[in-house]
Design a protein around this ligand. Structure first.
Ligand code: GLY
Length: 407
């Protein structure tokens, strides 16, 4: 019980409320060992997947068998596979994973000009992270080309980069739609601005972030996923959700993406208005997320024994909180965010990363219980490639192997 007293005697009541009995009864040494073990199992699983000779990009996996459903072109998710390889190569200082990352990264090239704002996910995690972690010149060139291409989609009338005709959600909506998932454009464009010194990229990245804050962050600092915009002047015609429970609910990944990408936008732009919005959406998460467990897939989904949790959204939130703790100038809040991030990572490691155990036949190192798309009934209790990426990043940061703002 060493931990609890040492961890929590000096922190705020709000933070103490976030820490569960589960997490607070784990000793410091046990917590470190649990996270080290989860990290080792996850990198082991990534190695197994690399060696399995998959043709397509892993998208989601059956948690019982570990068998991946793949996509031919990477959809919006394939960059997280490449990002796992870049990050594993960094953590293990290992050529095999670095070569694998470089090879899979090249396969993203045909997507540079895809008509979808979600190609930003592909190229920040699949290519920019190769530049950030390994100084890989080819990955850097590809990521900058993608950043320029995404920025060129900025629509002056709308004031944002719209979803684009080939976006996952755009099949069901028109050309003047935006959603908070599209904030993924900001880290890619703002990173490319930093790399190249291009002022137009810096301006577009900041405009997209600030307009998204006005469109998707509600007065109580919860996040609504989507908006239809008036093509004449970009004013919102309606707010709604593509993947959440309802148009007035808070879908966990909408909140988590907002936390992560406003933090990244602040970290690359230095704009205090973006720090403010990153803190507000993060404070909302810390105040509402269940202590010591993965969040439910939607904060307002009716609760039954069958209600799914979403480990992927929770892992995104953990990474966002680690980054915000490192980026915010408010050192008091930084301690709160860091503690919440670490406790969340530990809870996921203890409860949801599959173990090596004789009585558990699941492959070890799977982040189970991700919930992709309950409205479509797709992959509602699975390993999700982006969930595993963010869990790997969270564990790497929590165990001191990766700086919180390295990626
Ligand atoms: N479209 C991003 C997500 O489903 O989280």
């Amino acid at each position: 019980m060493l931990v609890c007293k040492r961890f929590h005697s000096h922190v705020s009541r709000e933070l103490r409320g976030f820490v569960s009995e589960l997490v607070s009864t784990v000793t410091l040494q046990d917590a470190d060992a649990a996270m080290d073990g989860a990290l080792a199992r996850m990198t082991g699983r990534i190695g197994v997947t690399l060696d399995s000779g998959l043709y397509g990009f892993p998208h989601y996996a059956d948690p019982d068998t570990g068998v991946w459903t793949t996509t031919a072109d990477g959809f919006w998710t394939g960059g997280f596979w490449v990002g796992q390889l870049w990050l594993t190569a960094y953590l293990l200082n290992d050529r095999r994973h670095a070569d694998g990352a470089a090879a899979w990264c090249r396969r993203l090239a045909p997507r540079v000009d895809s008509r979808s704002v979600f190609r930003s996910f592909l190229f920040y995690y699949g290519a920019a992270s190769g530049a950030l972690l390994h100084d890989d010149a080819a990955a850097r060139r590809l990521a900058i080309a993608a950043g320029r291409s995404v920025a060129a989609d900025f629509d002056d009338q709308l004031g944002v980069i719209p979803l684009g005709a080939q976006a996952e959600e755009a099949r069901s909506v028109g050309p003047s739609e935006s959603n908070v998932d599209g904030l993924s454009a900001c880290p890619l464009i703002l990173w490319a601005a930093r790399e190249t010194g291009a002022a137009d990229l810096a301006e577009i990245g900041a405009l997209h972030a600030l307009r998204s804050a006005a469109l998707f962050v509600r007065e109580d600092h919860s996040v609504i996923q989507s908006a239809s915009l008036d093509p004449a002047d970009g004013s919102p015609l309606r707010h709604y959700t593509h993947k959440g429970h309802s148009d007035s609910s808070t879908w966990a990944r909408a909140q988590a993406w907002a936390m992560l990408f406003f933090t990244q936008a602040y970290r690359y732009s230095g704009d205090p208005a973006l720090c403010d919005v990153a803190e507000r959406v993060s404070d909302w998460w810390v105040a509402h997320a269940p202590a010591g467990e993965a969040a439910y897939w939607d904060f307002d989904a009716p609760r039954t024994a069958e209600t799914r949790r979403d480990t992927s959204g929770t892992a995104i939130a953990a990474v966002a909180l680690f980054k915000l703790a490192a980026a915010t100038p408010d050192r008091g809040k930084a301690a709160l965010y860091h503690r919440a991030a670490r406790d969340t990572t530990l809870a996921l490691a203890l409860r949801h990363v599959t173990p090596v155990a004789q009585d558990d036949r699941r492959p070890p190192g799977v982040l189970a219980d991700g919930c992709f798309d309950p409205r479509e009934g797709t992959a509602v209790a699975n390993e999700l490639i982006w969930g595993s990426y963010f869990m790997l990043e969270a564990l790497a940061i929590a165990t001191g192997r990766l700086g919180p703002l390295t990626v």
